[in-house]
Design a protein. Sequence first.
Length: 146
Amino acid sequence: MLGIFSLPEALQKSKEAGLDLIEISEKTDPPICKITDYGKFSYQQGKKEKKVGKSQKAGEIKGIRLSFAISQHDMETRALAVEKFLKSGYKVRIEMVLRGREKGLIDFAKQKLLKFLEVLKTTTPIKVERELKMESRGLTMIIARA
């Protein structure tokens, strides 16, 4: 903390030190500045931004596909994978791709997806981000940890 200086005085002090005058906050009165090496400052800022970016997983979505004729054991295995994703902080898109005549049995496919959700609810609390929706290739829904 050197105190409050006018701009020419601050620039003079930074030149004497052989460093740069960097404005940290312009919203305060007077603006807050720092006398430091600009290269080092920008490197530290970049590191901070990367660290913040790595910790944000809320927007990321993992996907899991269920087949029309999925067995009970396969359903439980996929539920374990979904549980891992949810614990890591991801949202999960559950897809059931319907081919050919399977598209005519949408009610059966919905029952399979609801059964999968029942298996999943026994292990982890979930909330439905996007309800079960019919799309061109089949049924999809997005869930997250409650």
